[in-house]
Design a protein around this ligand. Structure first.
Ligand SMILES: [Zn+2]
Ligand SMILES: [Zn+2]
Length: 340
């Protein structure tokens, strides 16, 4: 089968024929239909993020079960499924507390073990979710990023009483926006740097947008205006850009909730940490998702409350991965889905 393989430490990957994986007794073999390129796949392919070598990356996928191991109980050949990437041990303290993505022995499909930038992939039954009949394979391959956006919104406890501000109109931010609206947020405001993305945010339900890039708008001032001086109840930080955190803290009202979803790859300096104390700001982190979060997102997509078709801008055959990466690099594509 044709696969994208990370063979060496450092930049680059190869596209080559490899053996179809042999499944364990608790695993199923999935014929991949669709696999999305995640922001986290880029540093793996570029060799910036270390992974076990050789590795087939790719974790945002959907497909059909073609083989089941002897101990697989609930799933059958021919079923359309999408697996979560979290393979938790089920035994450690975080696992026993229901915090699967915080498992002490966590393994992730496509990051620690072979993933879906190929034709067939073996995954444990415990990671599987059945796709409803009305869900397309592209939607199925989008549940992973939706779930990564769902967890920070859910942990912030978004309700109809809340003005929710989202920093970062990338896939995670645009999904967080739709989920916040699905949870009834009375007002959702998107903060970004490019009008094209902010226009999309408005089309996907943002009540207001703030352009801190091209238009150099001041987010704190704008949020003050949009809320008649009340400020934001909840902020979802989905940029991972260090300078955004201080804007978030200033934009929150007293006792507001800051939910961090972006991953910071640089030190974050906050000149006014006392504001967190004085305003009793609640700061919350989120990483990946649980099985239950993932299932909730299948329900949200299936019910039409979260739309993926505007986020997935390009679909290409797997062999054209170089072109796909180029489209992402030059910011022509927001989310590319590959078909092996
Ligand atoms: Zn992902
Ligand atoms: Zn565990």
């Amino acid at each position: 089968m044709l696969a994208v393989v990370k063979e060496k430490i450092g930049p680059g990957y190869v596209l080559k024929e490899v053996e179809v994986p042999v499944i364990q007794e608790d695993e199923v073999l999935i014929k991949v239909d669709s696999v999305g390129i995640c922001g986290s796949d880029i540093p793996i392919l570029k060799g910036v993020r270390q992974v076990p070598i050789p590795l087939i990356p790719g974790h945002e996928f959907s497909g059909v079960i073609v083989e089941t191991g002897s101990k697989v109980l609930k799933f059958k050949k021919g079923e359309r499924v999408t697996p979560g990437l979290v393979r938790n041990c089920g035994k450690c303290l975080p696992c026993r507390e229901g915090l699967e993505s915080l498992c002490d022995n966590l393994l992730e499909t496509g990051i620690h073990l072979d993933g879906a930038f190929t034709e067939y992939v073996a995954v444990p039954e415990s990671t599987l979710h059945l796709m409803p009949d009305n869900m397309s394979f592209v939607e199925g391959a989008s549940v992973d990023p939706v779930a990564s956006a769902y967890r920070p919104v859910r942990k912030a406890g978004v309700s109809p009483e809340d003005v929710v501000v989202i920093f970062g109109p990338g896939p995670i931010g645009l999904y967080a926006l739709q989920i916040a609206k699905a949870y009834g947020a009375k007002k959702a405001i998107m903060v970004g740097t490019r009008e094209s993305r902010l226009k999309l945010a408005r089309e996907l339900g943002a009540d207001e947008t703030i352009n801190i890039g091209e238009k150099k708008e001041d987010p704190v001032k704008k949020i003050w205006e949009f809320t008649q001086g009340v400020m934001a109840d909840v902020i979802i930080e989905a940029t991972g850009v260090a300078s955004s955190v201080e804007m978030c803290i200033q934009s929150l009202k007293k006792n507001g909730r800051l939910s961090l979803a972006g991953i910071f790859h640089e030190p974050v300096t906050i000149s006014q940490l006392d504001q967190v104390v004085r305003k009793e700001i609640n700061i919350q982190g989120s990483i990946c998702y649980t099985w239950k979060d993932f299932q909730s997102c299948i329900d949200l997509i299936s019910a039409g409350k979260v739309k993926v078709d505007r986020i997935v801008t390009h679909e290409l055959p797997l062999k054209d991965i170089a072109k796909a990466l180029e489209l992402i690099d030059t910011r022509q594509a927001m989310k590319v889905v590959l078909h092996p």
